[in-house]
Design a protein. Structure first.
Length: 377
């Protein structure tokens, strides 16, 4: 407020104008509230025994920290990639909450248990998805090699850690007769999962971006004939991507016809290799799985690349570098569930922390857990 005119010192009147507003956020002095619960003890003169009143279920199940603080500890560990010692320092210095490293581990275990039900719901729903983009990356555990599999559906993403990188993981997770379309790179596990004709009949869209990289490799080889083959094929693929990038400027039928012509050009070039091993291997790929590179032309909603799964798995790669892997089954389950929660909430534009709080509160109260499917929960 002004008491007088800052220019002449005269009397001021309120102007009929909106005031200038600045909002400022600040931490309160004591952001953590400590609540003490007391269970009174009674004496029965008849049976001559002491009887203790029962504490609320959610209090007993929660222990030292309530749902919000427990969720925050999990958020720091899972979303922010912090170590237990870093989390311990933050809680002590910023929030004034003194917690031992062992207590932080127990908090994380409670959150992992709270996320099991939402995770299992997503896992059970995977075989029913119309489209799935799948990728995998290495995962270390006490010197042993594991693999983190990423299954990205339209409305959620699920991570699964397994000791195998083979097609058996796909069979176990999706079944032998998955009715949707899988987007993936040309890794052997996906080709094996497709099976022989009449076997699984699983439809796959192989990643065109990976194909371009493989074709570019041909153009770097010392043999001139192979290089020329790679350059011809690369030129055809660029024409195909050119059509895709012009989609907004074309009619639906015109776009489809242009795609078909571009595809036919790629196949015609690919299937006429020179008598060189690398070129013949590429031609064999198109003879055996050429249709799987162009599934997106005839199947609406299919992406010609596997970028969605690759983008989703980057968070896992970062976490792997920071945490250096896991040490046992409990750690693997924690990673699977927290990564799935983070990726799915982000995909659905939901608050990760809010979901963690709701899941932990439901777990402590023995209520049904919130859902990670669509935007329910």
């Amino acid at each position: 407020m002004l008491e007088a005119c800052p220019g002449c010192g005269g009397t001021l009147r309120h102007a009929r104008l909106e005031p200038r507003v600045i909002q400022q956020m600040e931490l309160v002095d004591k952001p953590v509230r400590v609540t003490e619960h007391r269970a009174l003890v009674y004496w029965c003169p008849c049976c001559r025994k002491h009887h203790e009143a029962a504490l609320p279920t959610e209090v007993r199940k929660a222990g030292l920290t309530g749902p919000r603080l427990t969720a925050l500890i999990a958020y720091l560990k899972g979303y922010c990639h912090t170590s237990y010692t870093t989390s311990q320092a933050f809680l002590r210095d910023v929030l004034g909450a003194e917690l031992s490293t062992g207590e932080l581990v127990r908090r994380t275990e409670k959150v992992s248990a709270a996320l099991d039900e939402p995770y299992q719901e997503l896992l059970a729903a995977l075989p029913e998805q119309a489209h799935l983009n799948i990728d995998e990356t290495g995962h270390k555990e006490c010197g042993k090699q594991f693999w983190t599999w990423c299954f990205r559906a339209d409305l959620y993403t699920l991570f699964k850690i397994d000791s195998s990188r083979g097609s058996d993981v796909l069979v176990e997770t999706l079944g032998k007769a998955f009715a949707g379309v899988i987007g993936a790179d040309y890794f052997s596990a996906y080709r094996k999962y497709m099976g022989a004709p009449g076997s699984f009949n699983v439809l796959v869209q192989f990643c065109l971006a990976h194909l371009v990289r493989d074709v570019k490799y041909l153009t770097t080889l010392p043999d001139r004939v192979t290089r020329n083959y790679g350059q011809r094929l690369l030129k055809r693929l660029r024409k195909l991507f050119g059509v895709i990038h012009r989609r907004e400027r074309m009619t639906a039928k015109g776009f489809e016809r242009a795609l078909q012509r571009a595809r036919d050009g790629v196949l015609a070039t690919a299937k006429r290799p020179p008598p060189r091993r690398e070129a013949e291997n590429m031609a064999r790929r198109f003879r055996e799985h050429g249709d799987a590179y162009f599934r997106f032309i005839t199947t609406p909603g299919i992406d010609p690349t596997n970028n969605l799964a690759e983008q989703a798995i980057r968070f896992v790669v970062i976490d792997r570098k920071v945490t250096q892997g896991t040490r046992g089954p409990a750690g693997r389950h924690w990673c699977e569930r927290i990564w799935t929660t983070i990726a799915s909430c982000t995909q659905q534009d939901r608050s990760v922390y809010a979901f963690l709080t709701n899941a932990v509160h439901a777990h402590f109260s023995r209520r049904a857990a919130p859902s990670l499917i669509a935007t329910s929960g």
